[in-house]
Design a protein around this ligand. Structure first.
Ligand code: PGA
Length: 252
């Protein structure tokens, strides 16, 4: 049985004071019950402080990106082992902003996925199409290309300790959410693609939805059979908004 993962991607937002308030609000409001897990992904400089604040809570820590290299002359980069050192369990790889703004290719994303896993992190692989690609009927082709790059680098078995996030680019930060049916179609496609390699493993992989998820639309999205949680940007920056999504997961 898959559990829900409700992950907050803070992006480049926050500061000491705001983070402390956000984290204490989240910790205080974690819904009762099981069948779900909460995760926050702050910017790099705050990971250690947030880790200290999360200690003993039910909320996990992740980072938003990682280098594919393990050490050396890579100015400005952060190695997977460093993220483990400061208490991260998860790391987001291949977010559409990394792909579009920082030129990360699917092959590089695959290397990051591999390096993260080798260091004991659980990578959250983001895939998703642009509006133009959706309108051209290329959604599945784009997703397949992004997914296959990782499958050929690490093999399907690696997804036993990996998470996938379907994030339609047109829904990120726009307030335009995919309908539960639109998201379900793609989630189902992703699971079927993995099942071509290993049906048992595909049935267990967590596939999150991301793109303007909030308390109001979370129940509909999370009720779909192949949607196992959310990767949440805007609504992860306020404890009450994030917790509304967590409650939706706890109640399903
Ligand atoms: P959003 O961002 O919830 O603000 O749309 C989601 C994401 O980019 O992970």
């Amino acid at each position: 049985m898959r559990e829900f993962l409700i992950a907050g991607n803070w992006k480049m937002n926050g500061g000491n004071e705001a983070n402390a308030e956000l984290v204490s609000g989240i910790i205080a409001g974690v819904p009762d019950g099981d069948g779900f897990r909460l995760l926050v992904c702050p910017p790099f400089p705050y990971l250690a402080a947030v880790a200290a604040q999360l200690a003993g809570s039910k909320v996990a820590l992740g980072a938003q990106s990682v280098s594919e290299h393990s050490a050396g002359a890579f100015t400005g980069e952060t190695a997977p082992s460093m993220l483990r050192d400061v208490g991260c369990e998860y790391v987001i790889v291949g977010h559409s902003e990394r792909r579009a703004l920082f030129g990360e290719s699917s092959e590089q994303v695959a290397e990051k996925f591999k390096a993260a896993q080798a260091a004991g992190l659980t990578p959250i692989l983001c895939v998703g199409e642009t509006l133009e690609e959706r309108e051209a009927g290329a959604t599945e082709k784009v997703i397949d290309e992004q997914l296959d790059a990782v499958l050929s680098a690490v093999g399907a078995a690696a997804f036993a300790t990996g998470v996938i996030a379907y994030e339609p680019v047109w829904a990120i930060g726009t307030g335009m959410t995919a309908s539960p049916e639109q998201a379900q179609d793609v989630h189902c496609h992703i699971r079927e693609r993995l099942a071509q390699h290993d049906a048992e493993l595909a049935a267990d992989v967590q596939i999150l939805y991301g793109g303007s998820m909030k308390g109001e639309n979370a129940p509909g999205l999370l009720s779909m059979p192949d949607i196992d949680g959310g990767l949440i940007g805007g609504a992860s920056l306020k404890a009450s908004d994030f917790l509304a999504i967590a409650r939706a997961a706890a109640e399903i």
